[in-house]
Design a protein around this ligand. Structure first.
Ligand code: PLP
Length: 393
């Protein structure tokens, strides 16, 4: 049996999305900016896809959605765009507040910009992996230009207080950006109710294709163009449009929003079943209260069992899980969010992330429970033997 429980890293494509994309990889290959029939015949699908994205976020089309190549590009665009627009011209407004557990596409970009005059405050998570709205608000100074806070964390699934902090930002005249990559399709992301100036999303996290993402920009909060060239996207991002992927992202986003209820009932029930079973294993710690997390995610530490060893045992049994962000998994090191939460280094080295999707079945969860428990027993017995052998030696 093969079971995929790494849906926070990427997801399988929705079959309907694939079917919708195919004609644009075959006969409908025109460039939408061309004036001939080939170009014109793909434009309605492009407009429909953009319409689906506006509807999914519940925003009017007078706001903007800039299509990007991924969430990493969207996050870079908003931070570097604001740097060019504001900080270069008014170094006084150079302060940005974020959390210490953002995705590397935020943290590394801020590191780069802070070497060039940006002043960044990183607000820490509490012992549950949560962020306090008060801590975010307390960090504001008269120089604060932007608050950038993810909607939900990729490792723990913890949902951050976006509604409260963004309302505060609006009141103070501070710009607000959220990386909503892990929230779309898992919680309600309704921008008619929550004040957001910029929002990042990525199709491959909600059963769309990889290599395509978006940046929502509220009307009046325009950013300078970072990719200069042609006049695509109204001159806001040059480069020939990837029609097939945009069409796929539109439908995938619509489908994701339509499945939020299923995620919060059926998938949540399966996640809770899995969590209940594996947290019965002695000396396990699950991060964050369930009600505060996205319905598909578990981050668990099993004392005495190295995350990577566990990963390989599960992998041998056909189960895909993760020890941390896929962007960091080429170098085998501690889970960064677990490191930020606890002082005990063992927790970070024994962390495992299990993330379900709307395609996860009960049969799969039962299989994972069986294999997981056996793997922990096996690995614990090995480490006992080692320490015993060492002692004797
Ligand atoms: N932001 C978050 C919260 C993520 O989880 C990820 C991917 O793991 C990204 C950004 C980057 O997404 P992409 O692969 O589309 O660049």
């Amino acid at each position: 049996m093969r079971v995929y429980l790494d849906n926070n890293a990427t997801t399988k494509i929705d079959p309907l999305v694939k079917v919708k994309m195919m004609p644009f990889l075959e006969e409908l290959y025109g460039n939408p900016n061309s004036l001939h029939k080939y170009g014109m015949e793909v434009r309605p699908a492009l407009n429909q896809a953009l319409g689906e994205m506006y509807d999914a976020l519940n925003v009017p089309d007078e706001d903007d959605i800039i299509i990007t190549s991924c969430a990493t590009e969207s996050n870079n665009s908003v931070l570097k765009g604001l740097f060019f627009k504001h900080i270069l011209t008014n170094p006084y407004k150079n302060h940005i507040i974020t959390t210490s557990v953002e995705h590397p596409s935020i943290l590394e970009t801020l590191l780069f910009l802070s070497e060039n005059g940006m002043d960044v405050t990183y607000v820490d998570v509490d012992e549950n992996g949560g962020i306090s709205a008060e801590d975010m608000m307390r960090a504001v100074t008269e120089n604060t230009l932007l608050i950038s806070m993810m909607w939900a964390n990729n490792e723990t699934g913890m949902i951050f207080p976006v509604e409260e902090v963004s309302a505060f930002a609006k009141e103070k005249g501070i710009l607000f950006h959220t990386d909503a990559v892990q929230a779309i399709g898992k919680v309600h992301v309704d921008l008619s109710k929550v004040h957001v100036d910029y929002l990042t999303f990525s199709a491959h996290k909600f059963h769309g294709p990889k290599g395509i993402g978006g940046l929502y920009v509220k009307k009046g909060k325009e950013l300078p163009n970072l990719l200069h060239g042609g006049e695509q996207m109204g001159g806001k991002r040059a480069g020939t449009l990837n029609v097939a992927y945009i069409v796929g992202m539109g439908l995938a986003m619509k489908q994701a929003v339509n499945h939020v209820t299923k995620m919060n009932t059926d998938v949540r029930r399966l996640r809770d079943k899995l969590e209940d079973a594996i947290s019965k294993i002695p000396d396990t710690i699950v991060v964050g209260k369930r009600e505060m997390r996205t319905p598909n995610t578990i981050l668990i530490s099993i004392r005495g069992v190295e995350g990577e060893s566990m990963l390989w045992d599960l992998n041998r049994a056909g189960i895909a899980a993760s020890t941390g962000s896929a962007c960091a998994s080429e170098s085998l090191h501690a889970n960064p969010v677990m490191s930020a939460i606890g002082e005990d280094p063992e927790l970070a080295h024994t962390a495992m992330r299990l993330s379900l999707s709307r395609y996860t079945t009960e049969e799969e969860v039962d299989y994972v429970i069986e294999i997981f428990t056996k793997a922990v027993e096996r690995l614990r017995s090995i480490s006992c033997t080692y320490s015993y052998t060492n002692e004797v030696a």
